[in-house]
Design a protein around this ligand. Structure first.
Ligand SMILES: C[S@@+](CC[C@H](N)C(=O)[O-])C[C@H]1O[C@@H](n2cnc3c(N)ncnc32)[C@H](O)[C@@H]1O
Length: 307
């Protein structure tokens, strides 16, 4: 696969988690370059099928090329995974055997300077995963109030200097490029040795807001659960604690019976547990994987099985 910069994150672990079978139906909700999808197609040969979604037309074009050998068994759509239920309805698939969500931005997006995801390149401040996003990062930076920016940077970036940074951004407006944004952040939060770059958290916060990433995760998890067959599996790779917390909480909540009244000895079961966590603790990449792909460093894989 020429267009794959490296092995997809936690590749073997994903194939092991989903256990693709001949004749099975699978969904990759975050297709990217199609690396995980290729593994699913190989493991489910000769008749396994895959629905692949991505909001990014550039990613879809690359995935289409990379997955050409499996064309007959693949359905690709430029769509958000938040439309999972309706995408499955269109295919008349009433249940699937496995679903993968590999959250966040792809290496291709990070490494394409014009997309504006990286503070290492100068580019227009865009950060949209796809054209469906209503606002660019520049729109947010230039129109939000100082308080709104401070809240956004604090909540989505977990940045302690959020107020200082928000003040600096408002002072530096209009901001149109990644370099202007970095300069405004560095004016109040200077670089210190090889510690985390001071713009890291603000970039993360803007990206999450532009793409409504956390709302999207909350929207897709119940749809994924509803779409799985009994024994089907959902595998989610997250890259920061805000994402991982949503997945962890959903899995924990759904793996318990819901009883009424809670904490009493005599109770009614209002809803039986709907899934079982396959691993109590998230699976992380090995040292070797992190060495060959430093971006895998913060990845966490959680797997649940439908009951
Ligand atoms: C980490 S990459 C996936 C890489 C992929 N697993 C591979 O093997 O190449 C995440 C992808 O998800 C896409 N994405 C992000 N939010 C999405 C959403 N709400 N719906 C569909 N795709 C989304 C991004 O555009 C990006 O291409």
């Amino acid at each position: 696969m020429n267009d794959l910069p490296h092995q997809p994150v936690l590749y073997q672990e994903i194939i092991h988690a989903l256990q693709p079978q001949n004749g099975g139906r699978y969904v990759d909700g975050t297709l990217g370059a199609g690396g995980h999808a290729r593994g699913i197609m190989e493991a489910s040969a000769p008749d396994g099928q895959l629905l692949g979604l991505d909001v990014d037309p550039q990613a879809l074009a690359i995935a289409r090329r990379n997955l050409a050998p499996y064309e007959q068994r693949i359905h690709l759509a430029q769509a958000s995974y938040t439309s999972l239920s309706s995408q499955l309805a269109q295919l008349q698939w009433d249940a699937v055997d496995g679903i993968l969500l590999d959250l966040g931005a792809s290496s291709i997006q990070f490494d394409t300077p014009e997309r504006g995801f990286s503070f290492l390149h100068d580019a227009p401040l865009d950060m949209r995963f796809g054209p469906q996003a209503l606002q660019t990062a520049a729109d947010l930076v230039n129109t939000y109030s100082e308080q709104e920016l401070a809240d956004l940077i604090y909540q989505y970036g977990e940045e302690r200097d959020s107020r200082k940074i928000a003040r600096a951004l408002v002072r530096a407006r209009p901001i149109h490029t990644t370099r202007e944004l970095v300069a405004a952040i560095e004016s109040v939060s200077p670089r210190r040795g090889d510690r985390l770059h001071p713009a890291t958290r603000t970039f993360q916060a803007l990206r999450i807001a532009v793409n409504e990433e956390l709302d999207s995760i909350e929207a897709v998890l119940p749809q994924a659960l509803a779409a799985l067959k009994t024994g089907g599996r959902l595998a989610v790779i997250s890259f920061h604690s805000l994402e991982d917390r949503l997945v962890k909480d959903f899995f924990r909540e759904q793996s318990r019976d819901l009883v009424n009244p809670p904490y009493e000895q005599v109770y009614e079961v209002e809803r039986k547990a709907t899934l079982k966590e396959v691993n109590r603790k998230p699976i992380m990449p090995s040292e070797d994987e992190i060495k060959s792909n430093p971006r895998a460093r913060s990845a966490k894989l959680r797997i649940a099985e439908k009951l």
